[in-house]
Ligand binder design. Structure first.
Ligand code: NAP
Length: 283
């Protein structure tokens, strides 16, 4: 059981398609969280997502401890808060994140969502950080296609590594426009809250029943089937958050689960796509 990799964004760097989220990890038992994260790394879930926002920097410290001694195996991503995303603010925020994470570089650095600072400034800072070797790539989060068009016009093709967006069985908005846009422009789609941030479909009702049936037929857990369904297109990566070894092992084992076209069609019908909307859905 080991997570396989896919080409990530324009660099085509191989990155584990199942990663690990860390939002609210400051509330978890620290030792248990560390053991779970490290177990995930051992099993190849090496894409770890964090942010300066999480626990106001405390989560980056936990992640820093988890990656100690295995930094080069990990694809480490953090995010700058929009209020800090001026040119100087981004450079300073990155230094704080590097210190908290006890590393000299990030593999990806994202703008958490759009705020009042002009995108030009944030991207200029990202480019400076690339030049300095402090980040290997940069990207965005919570960007709809209008934002993506604007970003692309500023930085040009081949610069935006990923767009991290809300995507789970009951929230498939990005399938209308965002995923096709990212496929066209070689931008990885990183699905956050792939289990609905803990509000996972009940096996007793509606789509959840179909999900449970398919999972049982495959000898898989419904969570594994959900990850497989979401990442059925190669541009998509998932970053579920799990605070126990059992959950991490369950998620990683999604790598061995196969869904056929009929099962994918049943799931797509059981969890309808919903109407097209402007922008992206957020939590
Ligand atoms: P999520 O991954 O959708 O769901 C987490 C919940 O699922 C937790 O309650 C967890 O329980 C449970 N869980 C995980 N694996 C399970 C399994 N195999 N079986 C049963 N339950 C399982 O929630 P999320 O934390 O909102 O999203 C994931 C990550 O995306 C975040 O941690 C963060 O890194 C990122 N994110 C980014 C943004 C953004 O704006 N860019 C926004 C939200 C999230 P346990 O904790 O008990 O394991």
């Amino acid at each position: 059981m080991r997570v396989s990799s896919r080409p990530f964004g324009p660099s085509k760097l191989p990155v584990a398609w199942i990663g690990q989220g860390t939002w609210k990890m400051e509330n978890d038992d620290r030792k248990r969280a560390l053991v779970a994260l490290r177990r995930g790394f051992e099993l190849g879930a090496t894409h770890v997502d964090t942010a300066e926002m999480y626990g106001r920097g405390d989560v980056e410290k936990i992640v820093g401890e988890a990656i100690a001694g295995r930094r080069e195996q990990v694809f480490l991503v953090s995010k700058v808060l929009p209020e800090n995303a001026s040119y100087d603010g981004t450079l300073r925020a990155c230094e704080r994140s590097l210190a908290a994470l006890r590393t000299d570089h990030l593999d990806g650095y994202l703008l958490h969502w759009r705020g009042r600072h002009p995108l030009e400034e944030t991207f200029r800072a990202f480019e400076k950080l690339v030049e300095q070797g402090k980040i290997r790539s940069y990207g965005v989060s919570n960007f709809g296609v209008d934002d993506l068009d604007e970003a692309l016009a500023i930085v040009g093709a081949g610069r935006i590594a990923c767009n991290q967006v809300l995507y789970h069985l009951e929230e498939r908005t990005i399938e209308h426009e965002v995923i096709p846009w990212c496929e066209r422009h070689d931008v990885a789609v990183v699905a956050y809250s792939p289990f609905g941030a803990g509000s996972f479909p009940s096996p007793r009702r509606g789509g959840g029943r179909v999900l449970a049936e398919i999972a049982a037929a495959r000898g898989a857990s419904p969570y594994q089937v959900a990850l497989r369904f979401l990442a059925r297109r190669p541009v998509v990566f998932v970053i579920p958050k799990a605070s126990s070894v059992a959950h991490v092992e369950d998620n990683v084992a999604a790598d061995g689960v196969v869904l056929d076209a009929a099962e994918i069609a049943r799931l797509a019908e059981a969890f309808p796509l919903g109407r097209r909307r402007r922008g992206v859905a957020t939590l």
